[in-house]
Design a protein around this ligand. Sequence first.
Ligand code: GLN
Length: 388
Amino acid sequence: MATPTILPPSKLPNVGTTIFTTMSALANEYSAVNLSQGFPDFMCSEKLINLVSKAMHDGKNQYAPMAGDPLLRQRIAHKVESLYRQSIDPDTELTITAGGTQAIFTAIGAFVHPGDEVIIIEPAYDCYKPAIELFGGHTVPYALHAPDYTIDWAVLESLITPATRMLITNNPHNPTGRVFSRHDLTRLRDIVIRHNLLLISDEVYEHLTYDGLTHESVLRYPELYARTLVIFSFGKTYHNTGWKTGYCIAPPGLTTEFRKVHQFNVFSANTPIQAAYSAFMADPNEYLGLPAFFQAKRDLLLHSMQGSAFSPLICQGSYFQLFDYSSLSDLPDTEFCQWLVQHHQVAAIPLSPFYTVPPDDKIIRLCFAKKDETITNAAKRLRDILIM
Ligand code: GLN
């Protein structure tokens, strides 16, 4: 007889497989056009691929320094200075990570103590809450509402208690595509300082703002940066999310604590990929062209969806465009997305997994970081769905 498996109590009893993995698997199963998970379906630069290969052939195959490739850190510091006018020391304020999610997990692990409260703004990317709870913290959600998803900073401030340790923001925002204004940043700064909080600022879509909007990085606000860990992703910038490389910028004291966890979590990030990015980053045009590149994709999606039963919400940034499907169906959003993939072969993401208490909105998220033909093909299928 087989030995019975011992199953200790789950540390995350309410967590299943992420909606992104689930929807991409369904997209494959039904041979659907996949506008669900946020990743480009087009190739990244050939030059960058050759640089990775060159780094490997040059023997850059062993552990990178724990904090990351020194040249890459210098180049990032230079970029931050030129984009955001914030001078950072690449030796003491910058750590290369195995992607944005690992950086966020490490930042939460380094600072959240059992019993701490952490405020997140919902709809929220799904990696924040499980990480907070694994380290014994309590998530305090502040829910935004469709169609504007505007933050009322006074309401957010009213959620702060003596147990509040941290606030997590995401700008540009996944899934709503909203972008913070200067007003948002000054309110955020005042609240964080007044209540002596730490901030994790998830800025993985830093280059993806549209219609002339500026990315208001926390790095532009020195008093706020003094209390913040800012998270970035190379995958979102260079079209290679599967390379899983990102970084965390934080003042020296915060970086010291961040690295205490980082060194035992991953030790160091991938060596040849860091070497390749450090060479590739020398040319700022690679990222300065991104707003126009992705805005054209957003506009193609909006244009191709005209005449459909889906109505678009406002998208100012990120990879994502929301659509309201209430004139088409009364199904809850997750069921609607399952129906869509099964019957019309288009995979989308429902918004309810981004909420602790989901509202009864009829809204889905489509990712437009896709080839033009993928976008028009999906839109054609969606336009063909008629109001029943
Ligand atoms: N950030 C991506 C999204 O929102 C998903 C990343 C993932 O699947 N972990 O679609």
